[in-house]
Design a protein around this ligand. Sequence first.
Ligand code: DGL
Length: 267
Amino acid sequence: MVRTIGVFDSGVGGLSVLLHIREALPEANLIYVADSGHVPYGGRSTAFIEARAMALTRFLLSQGAEAIVIACNTATAAAALPLRNRFSKIPIVAMEPAVKPAVAATKSGVVGVLATVGTLESARFAALLEKYAGNVKIVTQGCPGLVELVERGDLHSEEARRLVERYTAPLLQAGADTFILGCTHYPFLAPLIREVVGEGISLIDTGAAVARELKRRVETELPPNPQLGVAGGERFYSSGDAEQAGRIMSLLWKGPITVAPLPATFC
Ligand code: DGL
């Protein structure tokens, strides 16, 4: 049965989640929107991000999406609740910094969280800590500039290294042995982060868990769908410069990607 899944992020970072979704649901049609015209979300107001999440979800549903993945921690913090209220019949799977698995994994009793300021300041993140942190010390670090690096396809420059060093140093000093990559752009920087912090630190993100949860919900919640057609395809859209998005996304996806402009009414 061919399923159609809609996925969005503020930009190209959600591709780190889409890679896991492709693996978990090899036959699904995937539609991905990069909101590149408005990236980064990190410093934006909740109302702005909520309005963007609504517009992108409406677009994805208009394209036949049967389930939505918010492949963005910042958009999840700002908009998961209102989206689920507004589209209550659609499975909506959201990202969350991996606090629970990190708390289970740490040996030093200190976990570091790298995320956008928007995610770290959200009530949703506070609730997550309240629920799962227990006796583990959680040290957070907002990382302005990292999303922009990935958006430019800069995963290894001197500037990138300096930023990564600056943001990881306080976590290392605090004794963290487990780092949560709390933004879907950051897994693309994982090789650089690994070089900077060394082999002794565990890096945890939620892409694979979200893909598993999506598969479970698609299999249990969606009504039978006799749709026929060519399965396993991907379509990509951007609210910004589609050509530029295509270049960077091809790099991150490790294969050629053509990106169409998002129709103006959804921009
Ligand atoms: N990928 C988004 C996230 O997971 C980045 C947010 C932003 O654009 O600042 O938080």
